[in-house]
Design a protein around this ligand. Structure first.
Ligand SMILES: [Fe+2]
Ligand SMILES: [Fe+2]
Length: 180
């Protein structure tokens, strides 16, 4: 899960580099940004947040009481939803920009892309440094073997349809293309 945070943040760095390029006058790389939206939705959200929302968080809420429930419900889940709304707004801005390439729409693209990247950077740091260690301290070995068993099954299903391979190679290609 921590490695997935690192991968998500590698893509956040790509997004940042793309936004700087745009500010310096380069064309908005529309099809790459659609590819990044696909990465965010299927890797960062469905694959990574999926495991948190289906396996880890429910177990924390079930076993760790009110503090965990507040942290998850008012913190982590709200941030997952905020991320989704940035991505939806980014997609809308991109579609509009394709029809009317105005500076205002270009600004909307940068705003939503950076809004997402910034949010996810803070979110993943909070999980890696606070939420995951908190769960490690308070959940039992049995709780973790239950979470791991379900996660492994999910991972295997995802791997059979080539999800990890597809998105990690896309990440690598974007990193190579958008270095600064
Ligand atoms: Fe999360
Ligand atoms: Fe996470």
């Amino acid at each position: 899960m921590i490695t997935e945070h690192e991968n998500i943040n590698r893509m956040n760095m790509v997004i940042r580099n793309i936004c700087i390029d745009i500010m310096e006058g380069k064309e908005v790389p529309i099809s790459d940004l659609y590819g990044i939206i696909d990465f965010i939705r299927n890797y960062a959200d469905k694959h990574h947040h999926g495991k948190e929302e289906k396996y880890l968080f429910p177990k924390m809420i079930e076993k760790m009481g009110v503090i965990a429930e507040k942290l998850i419900t008012n913190g982590m889940l709200v941030e997952h939803d905020l991320g989704r709304s940035h991505v939806m707004a980014l997609e809308v801005s991109l579609k509009e920009y394709e029809k009317h390439p105005t500076p205002e729409l270009k600004l909307d693209v940068i705003t939503e892309a950076m809004g997402y990247a910034h949010l996810l950077q803070i979110h993943t740091e909070k999980e890696s440094n606070v939420v995951y260690p908190f769960s490690e301290k308070n959940l039992s070995t049995e709780d973790f073997s239950d979470i791991n068993e379900k996660s492994t099954e999910f991972e295997n299903n995802q791997s059979q349809i080539g999800i990890q391979e597809k998105y990690l190679s896309f990440l690598k290609s974007m990193e190579e293309k958008y270095q600064r």
